[in-house]
Design a protein around this ligand. Structure first.
Ligand SMILES: N[C@@H](CCC(=O)N[C@@H](CS)C(=O)NCC(=O)O)C(=O)O
Length: 229
């Protein structure tokens, strides 16, 4: 039975979730055939027994796994013959740093630059929920949060310094080959390219070359969704 992955979807079948892309890349890395089932925000509560509040969620051999980190650990433990996602216990431990950096710095840096673009790329049924829930978080209208991004993007680009320095010295965060740490960070850039025409990175930024390398991985799976570049 193929693995099913519940994958956040917007209009025109855009698969835009940074967290879901981590899991899709992880499944592809392990060589696992998975059905990425399109799921709107409003459909998450209908998954399985109704306790899921976020996606990605996968169903694998009768088990349901919620949360992208739990999914990566499940795949690593269940499919030890596929290429490793962590490169051993030390790699797994270091990947936690990338996870927390992405959650606490990268995503909060990206979100205010594209939040209204995300809204505009949702299916109509999801729009009110998204606007209300995100305006509660930002305490301002989404268009206002995103306004002035041209002036703010330089600060965001500077914040990528450690990522930039690393992928200038080596092709992937994992070294010569990608590991799950690459997919965690890559998800943020995939999020932007799927919903926003805004030029987040400069053309000659080494981060951009690394994103391109990630886009080429696993038969170009991340290029299969509509996007702006
Ligand atoms: N810690 C979770 C976070 C997942 C998450 O926040 N997913 C978002 C989509 S990117 C979601 O499902 N949000 C549901 C909502 O906002 O209602 C993970 O890594 O899987």
């Amino acid at each position: 039975m193929a693995v099913v992955m519940y994958d956040l979807v917007g209009k025109d079948d855009r698969r835009f979730s940074p967290n879901c892309w981590r899991s899709r890349m992880a499944l592809a890395h392990k060589g696992i055939a998975a059905e990425a089932r399109p799921t709107r925000f409003g459909e998450i509560k209908a998954i399985g027994d109704g306790v899921c509040r976020t996606i990605p969620v996968i169903e694998d051999g009768g088990r349901r796994i919620v949360d992208s980190w739990a999914i990566a650990e499940h795949l690593e433990a269940t499919y030890p013959d596929g290429p490793s996602l962590f490169g051993g216990p030390g790699g797994r431990a270091l990947t936690r740093f990338v996870l927390h950096w992405t959650t606490q710095t990268l995503h909060p840096g990206v979100a205010p630059l594209i939040i209204h673009d995300i809204y505009e790329h949702l299916q109509p049924e999801d729009r009110d929920y998204f606007r209300e829930s995100r305006e509660k978080m930002f305490k301002r209208p989404l268009a206002e949060v995103q306004a002035g991004r041209e002036e703010r993007v330089d600060g965001f680009r500077k914040s990528l310094g450690p990522l930039r320095a690393t992928v200038k010295e080596q092709p992937f965060l994992g070294g010569e080959h990608p590991l799950y740490a690459d997919y965690i960070a890559f998800g943020a850039f995939q999020w932007v390219r799927v919903v926003s025409p805004f030029p987040l990175l400069e053309a000659d930024d080494p981060v951009r070359s690394w994103v391109d390398r990630c886009l080429d991985l696993h038969g170009g799976i991340a290029r299969t969704t509509p996007a702006y570049d």
